[in-house]
Design a protein around this ligand. Structure first.
Ligand SMILES: Cc1cc2nc3c(=O)[nH]c(=O)nc-3n(C[C@H](O)[C@H](O)[C@H](O)COP(=O)(O)OP(=O)(O)OC[C@H]3O[C@@H](n4cnc5c(N)ncnc54)[C@H](O)[C@@H]3O)c2cc1C
Length: 499
């Protein structure tokens, strides 16, 4: 069947997940087309935070410095009682994380998305078509045919794969008849973003005020902005709480009159849901289309961008001839990590969204007592290793996140810039890489490019008692150990099925 547009991968949705996936695929030489029903970037208030791992992905896309130039950092994220006592505190968020960038970075999502979209202009084979709404698909012998609605009228797109990065309501997910697992979190909140005129009158750390009278969030954003979120009370409507006079009353206790101007406001229901299947044949889901979480951990968009990084190199390998079995590792690798972060976000949400004064008093007493006794749980924002998937099971560090070393001294050189895109085998001199079938960079620890990082890499190899480590394109460790064995196992995954 003929179609107006052809591509290997049709990405539905040009939000942060879809654009990141499109850019990564373009860099990997895949013919991908990103479409979005809207002309412009979604303007309402959403993500305010990205972590070090996400900035590392942006580094690969060449936009990390531009994005980081407008971020702000803070040392702490505190959960406080109404009286200001600390129930829970995440510290060190301004320290460099394993990804080689500050652990927590406060952002303005539309500016970040604009940087990503603009970078597509420098990417020769990146294609974005806006005002192009995906409508439906049919599976044909020669690929998937999608019907789309464009400004010029209806059209068709033939692709080998369709990736639904089309957000919470995901028409792709609905068309593929993929159900959502509802994790039973549903709370209405007002989000208010402000332009800051006098930063000296604003908190310098991120705060959750666990006040049963009105649970409230107050966090930094990108340069020149700040955010408040207020939980709605029963009976309050979106129209009522978005009135400027109503918001002025909510902001009164913060004493910021004259120091800030309201820029945007919106009411959301904070939900937690996970799609039951993230791949159905040639249809894949990523980002909010695959999972939704309340924003208390600041990880919804981060999770979608991690999906994109996980999926991009696998789709690229398959399009270039590897077996589709590689795509079957996507959900088993990503879902457990996403569910872990959703559970953390729900835990935070259940702690914050307590409106019964007696229950709040009990929570406060128990948590303050546990903190005083040193027995309070210390939840972590760090991702655990991949439990299964495209890893060399049994090998040292398999599935762990590989750190991005920064060169000592003031140069701020980072490892990934020396490694380049794609998978890398980092090996001690003399490592046997005979029989290596390609599809990755081989870097000896004594090569010139790795000189600034040599001592850190050698210590990592020493710590894992191995001669080599194979790092996947998404910077997770395939395995560490004997170089030849790693190359053979890697080739079986990424070369299998290639002609
Ligand atoms: C108040 C709030 C605070 C948040 N804070 C954080 C935070 O601090 N950190 C964080 O990481 N995350 C945060 N998030 C979550 C984050 O904003 C989302 O997870 C993220 O925007 C999802 O990105 P996405 O690309 O998957 O989907 P979206 O950004 O929703 O993009 C989907 C795209 O698909 C397009 N689309 C839909 N249907 C079609 C169609 N039929 N055809 C073509 N295109 C279509 C849409 O126009 C849209 O552009 C927050 C969310 C909220 C609401």
């Amino acid at each position: 069947m003929s179609a107006q547009f052809e591509c290997d991968v049709l990405i539905v949705g040009a939000g942060p997940t879809g654009i990141t996936l499109g850019l990564l695929l373009a860099r990997a030489g895949v013919d991908a087309l990103v479409i979005d029903k809207e002309t412009n970037i979604y303007p309402a208030p959403r993500a305010a935070h990205i972590d070090h791992e996400i900035v590392r992905i942006f580094q690969e896309l060449g936009v990390a410095d531009e994005i980081m130039a407008t971020t702000r950092s803070t040392s702490r994220y505190d959960f406080l009682t109404a009286a200001g006592e600390t129930l829970l505190s995440f510290e060190g968020s301004d320290r460099i994380g394993p990804g080689g960038w500050p652990s927590a970075n406060m952002i303005h999502q539309p500016s970040l998305e604009a940087s990503l979209r603009n970078s597509g202009a420098n990417q020769s084979n990146f294609r974005l078509k806006t005002r192009c709404a995906w409508v439906s698909y049919q599976q044909h012998d020669d690929g998937m045919i999608s019907e789309v609605s464009t400004a010029e009228g209806p059209a068709t797109v033939r692709s080998r794969f369709i990736v639904g990065c089309d957000g919470a309501r995901s028409p792709v997910r609905v068309a593929a008849e993929i159900e959502l697992d509802d994790l039973q979190f549903d709370e209405p909140w007002l989000v208010v973003d402000v332009i800051v005129h006098d930063a000296s009158r604003l908190p310098v750390v991120n705060l959750q005020i666990c006040d049963p009278e009105r649970p409230t969030t107050c966090v930094l954003m990108g340069a020149g902005r700040h955010r408040w979120e207020f939980m709605l009370k029963p009976g309050e409507t979106a129209e009522q709480v978005t009135e400027d006079a109503f918001i002025a009353q909510l902001l009164k206790p913060w004493n910021v009159e004259g120091a800030v101007t309201i820029e945007r406001k919106a009411v959301y229901r904070f939900n937690a849901k996970v799609a039951e299947t993230w791949r159905k044949g040639s249809i894949l889901l990523a980002g909010d289309a695959a999972h939704l979480m309340p924003p208390f951990a600041g990880q919804g968009m981060c999770s979608g961008i991690r999906d994109a990084a996980n999926l991009a190199w696998k789709l690229a390998a398959v399009v270039h001839g590897a077996s589709e079995a590689l795509l079957s590792t996507y959900q088993p690798e990503r879902e457990p990590l996403v569910r872990g972060i959703i559970n953390l976000a729900i835990m935070m949400g259940r702690m914050v969204c307590v409106t019964d004064p007696a229950a709040a008093r009990l929570r406060d007493e128990q948590m303050l007592a546990a903190r005083a006794a040193g027995t309070a749980p210390s939840p972590s924002l760090a991702n655990p290793p991949l439990p299964a998937g495209c890893i060399h099971s049994g090998a040292a560090a398999a599935g762990h996140y590989f750190p991005q070393f920064i060169a000592p001294g003031g140069a701020k050189a980072r490892l990934d810039d020396a490694l380049g895109a794609g998978a890398s085998l980092i090996a001690r001199p003399g490592t046997n890489s005979d029989g290596f079938t390609g599809y990755l960079n081989v870097r000896r620890t004594d090569c010139e490019e790795l000189a600034p990082f040599r001592s850190q890499i050698v210590s990592w190899l020493d710590d894992h008692s191995c001669e080599a480590v194979l790092v996947r394109p998404d910077r997770y460790v395939f395995g560490a150990g004997d170089g030849g064995a790693l190359l053979k196992a890697w080739s079986e995954w990424v070369v299998r099925g290639r002609s």
